[in-house]
Design a protein around this ligand. Structure first.
Ligand code: PEP
Length: 264
């Protein structure tokens, strides 16, 4: 019979991920300057994987400057198409890998909300990221209306199942899920550690039923939504919170480094 202590034992098997989503901020020069400032501040952070996601135009320059360091680079999105082709404005996942990325974020709520990305679109992007050999950070999360209507779990479950459909058992090693309640993104309103834990445990249960208990035990589930240096430690104490996807507080090297170094 699983108990709370088992939950914490399993957590020790999962390497936390702290990822910074820079959204549509910073020129190439500013991105490189922030990355270069971040590098020494997190150089001893062996307890977690550190990831930053600059804008597309800065990826290659940032990745070149971070080569050989422990800071990984992610794209903020990728095309649904796996191969190159006549898709104006799109960037294929393999092109992100070519630019030096090891990760890609897909299904961010801003993509779902402003660019009308549906679960089938997110699913294609997940598969494109995996085909390119990237680690895929797939975002899920409910709006405030959906939460108030008691639909938070059904919305998140639908996004999870829809976005991860058609994956093989070996693909699952490349998946990281980020739970980002839309009402907490950029609002300064964080889910409490208990609210986040409840949803993370639910996501792990859905993943176990859909895939396998072993894959669910290994799945890293990040929390995102107004994570700051002063609330990360409380979140990371929860059994099913394996890291964070950070927006605003990742834009400055010092505050992001404080979040990365939450264990100090
Ligand atoms: C995000 O962009 O994924 C995010 C969580 O933003 P913020 O930390 O600013 O709420």
């Amino acid at each position: 019979m699983p108990n709370e202590a088992d939950g914490f034992d399993l957590k020790l098997m999962r390497k936390p991920v702290i990822a910074g989503n820079w959204k549509m901020y910073k020129t190439v020069g500013d991105s490189v300057a922030t990355a270069v400032a971040l590098k020494p501040l997190v150089a001893n952070a062996n307890h977690c994987e550190v990831v930053i996601a600059p804008v597309f135009t800065a990826l290659k320059s940032v990745a070149d400057r971070l080569e050989g360091s422990n800071v990984h680079v992610a794209g903020q999105d990728c095309a649904t198409e796996v191969s190159e082709g006549a898709f104006t404005g799109e960037v294929a996942a393999f092109m992100l890998a070519d630019a030096g990325c090891s990760h890609v974020i897909v299904g961010h709520s801003e993509r779902r909300q402003y660019f009308l990305e549906t679960d089938p679109i997110v699913s294609k992007k997940v598969q494109a990221g995996i085909a390119a050999g990237l680690m895929v950070i797939m975002c899920v999360g409910e709006t405030l209306d959906q939460r108030d209507q008691g639909k938070a779990q059904s919305v998140v479950s639908e996004q999870l199942v829809g976005g991860l459909s058609g994956l093989t058992a070996s693909d699952l090693d490349r998946i990281i899920v980020a739970y980002e309640p839309v009402w907490a993104i950029g609002t300064g309103r964080t889910a409490t550690p208990e609210q986040a834990q409840e949803m993370h445990a639910f996501i792990r249960r859905v993943f176990a039923e859909r895939h396998s208990p072993g894959a669910a035990d290994a799945l890293r589930i990040l929390y995102g939504g107004s994570v700051k240096p002063d609330n990360i430690a409380g979140l990371m104490k929860q059994a099913d919170i394996d890291g964070a996807l950070v927006g605003g507080a990742s834009l400055k090297a010092e505050s992001f480094a404080e979040i990365v170094n939450y264990n100090k």
